[in-house]
Design a protein around this ligand. Structure first.
Ligand code: 5GP
Length: 213
């Protein structure tokens, strides 16, 4: 069983990543979602263990001390991290894992976790990003300006990712993400077992070939 793919998705807030994540998960039901730990309070409707593992700051800090995170970062004043053990267990059993994490975490993961595939979701334009932040009506003007300033910084890291996907239309962007996953599954390094099986078969079918292997 080849090791699964850690598929990392990052985006500036307002780029529509959550909708895209939902669309991708419904298209690729085999893709397992990495449930992060966070110190932020649950929002209405969020379920502990499903959306996040909601933990106290002391618990999170203890986990940092135990090197329990594959990556962790402070995002908008709260701590977020990916459990190394949970991630590795899934990858080892061959599951592809989707991680919705910020830029700092994605770059840490690229260093520490073998085979991480990094996808950055871009808004179609700067105007559209601003429009989406205003339209969702969640934030006052100063918070929107802060989010846009953060977005500028995050965009500065986008070229360190492996793939850039423009979220102009969710269905189109989700199609593109599916094709990225398909292509990554075909990488030679992940299909070593196929070549080995063929060579074993060939050596059984060809008398005397065992001697040359
Ligand atoms: P929210 O609190 O709105 O769910 O998420 C805020 C930000 O934290 C999002 O950009 C999300 O991608 C990021 N995030 C969620 N989980 C993790 C994690 O485990 N590690 C890092 N580095 N960022 C995360």
């Amino acid at each position: 069983m080849p090791r699964g793919i850690p598929l990392v998705l990052s985006a500036p807030s307002g780029a529509g990543k959550s909708t895209l994540v939902r669309a991708l998960r419904s298209r690729l039901p085999g893709l397992e979602f990495s449930v992060s730990h966070t110190t932020r309070r649950p929002r209405a409707g969020e379920v502990d263990g499903v959306d996040y593992h909601f933990v106290a700051l002391q618990v999170f800090e203890k986990m940092i001390g135990q090197r329990a995170f594959a990556e962790w970062a402070e995002v908008h004043g709260n701590l977020y991290g990916t459990s190394l053990e949970a991630l590795e267990t899934r990858l080892e059993r061959g599951a592809d894992v989707l991680l919705d994490i910020d830029v700092q975490g994605a770059l840490q993961l690229a260093e520490g976790v073998a085979g991480a595939v990094l996808v950055f979701v871009l808004p179609p334009s700067w105007d559209e990003l601003r429009r989406r932040l205003v339209m969702r009506g969640l934030d006052p003007a100063d918070v929107i300006e802060r989010r846009l300033a953060n977005a500028r910084g995050e965009l500065g890291q986008a070229l360190r990712y492996h793939y850039l996907v423009v979220n102009d239309r969710v269905e189109r962007a989700a199609d593109e993400l599916c094709r990225i996953v398909e292509a990554e599954r075909c990488r030679a390094g992940r299909r070593r077992d196929l070549v080995e099986a063929l060579l074993r078969e060939e050596s059984r079918a060809t008398p005397g070939a065992e001697d040359t292997l």
